[in-house]
Design a protein. Sequence first.
Length: 312
Amino acid sequence: MEVRWLDDFIALARTRHFSRAAEERNVTQPTLSRRIKLLEEEMGTTLIDRNSLPLSLTPAGEVFLAGAKQMSRIARETKANCNEIREQQSNRLTLATTQTLYLSLYRATLLPFSEEHDIPIDLNLKSTSWVGADFVNALAQGECDLVLCFWHPHMRVAEELDDERFESLVVAQEMLVPVTANDDTGQPLYTLPGKKGQPLPYIGYYENAFMRPVLDHFIQRHAQSPQLVTMNENVHSVSVKAMIKEGFGLGWLPRRLASKSLEHGSLSLAGGRHWQIPLEVRLYRNRQNVQTSLKEFWSLLEQALHAATLKV
């Protein structure tokens, strides 16, 4: 039994005429007659008294009419509710970002901003384990609406994201700083640049990590040529931080990620300002994405950044 058959029956019961009901339902009279017959077969009884003029309902037809109206109303309301949910979901934006930026910037800045302007953003949790190419592919293929990531001219992903397919906003400035755990007296365990005969243990990043090419370029060209021996490598800054805090070596972290540990004294800077590397945090979108809520969010964020009212 189909819902449209119920509406056919309700129209016939109201007009008491097959031709007028068929016209109202925008179907041919034979089609309407067939559907009514199918309803009667489904119910196992006659619903329409075809021998009367105008047509009338049988006692079973009167009972069925009451049920048909109720079922048709429930079906319409259910469909409307489903459409409303679908529309709400279609208006939600999906953001992909790194584990570090999720912890240090997204929750503190972009999420409150989206809530303030009533533009829902869902985080793609899988993205917290992605590497650079994954973000580019997801944005290009429409798997996410926004990508929040670090940017530096020597990051491999920078060249791929900074092309005509995508548009970006600089959301914040960041600094990659060298940090180390402290000894029992509260002094830094390791201090740059180290000595040739005693290289410093280094906690670095895997080849496919965002920070790896930035640090490689910086270390290779630094005037003091740091003396380092790699003890461990990770993809994510959060994992690098954990190894550093355990005293396994020094390494570079985004300042926002290290700030609380530096304030509380569980970490210290392993070098002065000339060992720090400036970064940007950028938000990207695909220019071909014409979603209304994305355009609205982008415009509001652009205005807030221009007016310097976004707290980062």
